[in-house]
Design a protein around this ligand. Structure first.
Ligand code: SF4
Ligand code: SF4
Length: 65
């Protein structure tokens, strides 16, 4: 797994379903107080891209460096 890349969340498209949070193997994501996905713990992120693959709304993306 790469340790580079940034998670970018489109807050307008995120509907707060929590799927990305549930599937994230690093527990790097949370839902914030607005019920939007938030990459709260970048240090735990494995840059696996599972969140991007699982999001039904194309609202979260792993942007490679
Ligand atoms: S899976 Fe997509 S829509 Fe659902 S909380 Fe995550 S970013 Fe938002
Ligand atoms: S890339 Fe993988 S480890 Fe990082 S936030 Fe997404 S699902 Fe979690």
């Amino acid at each position: 797994m790469k340790k580079e890349g940034t998670i970018v969340i489109n807050r307008d498209w995120c509907k707060g379903c929590g799927i990305c949070v549930a599937f994230c193997p690093g527990e790097a994501l949370v839902l914030d107080d607005k019920e939007k996905a938030c990459w709260a713990f970048p240090d735990r992120c494995k840059r696996c891209g599972i969140c991007e693959m699982r999001c039904p709304d194309i609202a979260i993306e792993l942007v490679e460096k």
